[in-house]
Design a binder for this molecule. Sequence first.
Ligand code: NAD
Length: 482
Amino acid sequence: MSFRDYAPAPESTAILNLRPSYALYIGGEWTDGRGGSMTTISPATEKSIAEISLADASDIDRAVAAARKSYDTVWSRMSGAERGKYLFRIARLIQERAREFAVAETLDNGKPIRETRDIDIPLVAAWFFHYAGWADKLDYAGLGPNPSALGVAGQIIPWNFPLLMLAWKVAPALAAGNTVVLKPAETTPLTALMFADICEQAGLPAGVVNIVPGLGGVAGQALVEHAGVNKIAFTGSTGVGRQIARTLAGSETRVTLELGGKGANIVFDDAAIDEAVEGIITGIFFNQGHVCCAGSRLLVQENIQDEVVEKLTRRLSTLRLGDPLDKNTDIGAVNSKEQLARITAITATGEAEGANRWTLDCELPSKGFWFRPTIFTNVTTSNTVARDEIFGPVLSVLSFRTPDEAIVKANNTPYGLSAGIWTQNASRMLRVADSLRAGVVWANTFNQFDPTSPFGGYKESGYGREGGRHGLAAYLANGGAR
Ligand code: NAD
């Protein structure tokens, strides 16, 4: 797929019309939360963007009641074709306001505008267009007899791709006929709240989509524990995912969990090395490495290790770190002070455990949260940087001699979300791909996303799939996937 197909509409402008404060969006109305408020800031400047009202458990009650009412009285009675029309309208409105959304996302998250403008927001539109097309085809899409919606879906999303994670969850839920209560992450609520405006503009019936910013341990937990919620879709850390699985064990609530990862990017000595180097960089430095499917472990065949590392550091030295609103910027800000502290601590541990550290030689802006792209070599498989998810711009380099050794090392992780293979040998590509316990395996590329393609993990990376027909089935009572 070419993201350009979903490029911002020509009429879209980058002029932001932000409000100084945002309430919760429940039942088609803006209403103050009872959980206090917090200021959302730009991680690149630490400047305030807007004041955000926070939901407590009673607000979650109201949101679930609103979603239930709209499900019972409007949404479940509507034909698939009508639901599809709303989704098409939403997709089109996203395109019309794409530049504005790109600027807002970059401000709130810290990622480069080049990424939000060319990747995040076009993909958001692509996701809504894709699922709009499914809404009137459920009966004959091979999803089982009489596929029916689950009811109210509770959705909890992280801060790394805020609007895109919303689209991954809201679009299939609505297409399948569910209504939604969505809780954005604490540090990135802005584009989800702007999305509420899009729902209004599209004329979506009140209560079909409810947006409730709040703290994970308060609003998130209340949503998970709410008896009126039929499905929880969560993307975030493995720790919280485990807790959610425990809370819902034995209940009727359906669950999908998209958790962490420690993806291996495997480079064989017959690979097109220069292309592989670009793929390694995209694999780990895209979105400052705040990517669950990042290729954070480079497994490189021993005889080309020095050449690859040398080319990598040379190429990395041409990247620009700085103001994410500058369209020439490659590396933006780390999303929060807490995440910066986590990355700093884990890399210090890796160094103390004996790995060699290479860091991009560049100036850091005086304000904001920044981390220089970092590569660890001489990394043992037991080193913390080779084992733990860092969720930052940090690559650990390990080597292998044979394909079998590469497979063993790649699978030597509690996670199983993503992997990449670089080789010109097609039979080797297929054999290695087949042996990897990873939900997605990219061949001579990395970090490519498409709404037709299911995405999800094995092992501690979670369960369930998002995207394509599988992603739809996860929102249907008899759609087969749990
Ligand atoms: P997190 O899991 O704490 O937060 C993700 C979402 O879950 C947020 O909306 C948060 O408010 C909510 N949440 C937190 N506690 C909750 C609870 N008890 N019940 C219900 N919802 C709750 O993740 P984080 O603290 O923002 O990041 C920590 C680590 O998680 C990162 O370092 C990274 O390793 C991982 N992470 C992974 C992804 C991913 O896409 N898989 C995304 C973000 C973070």
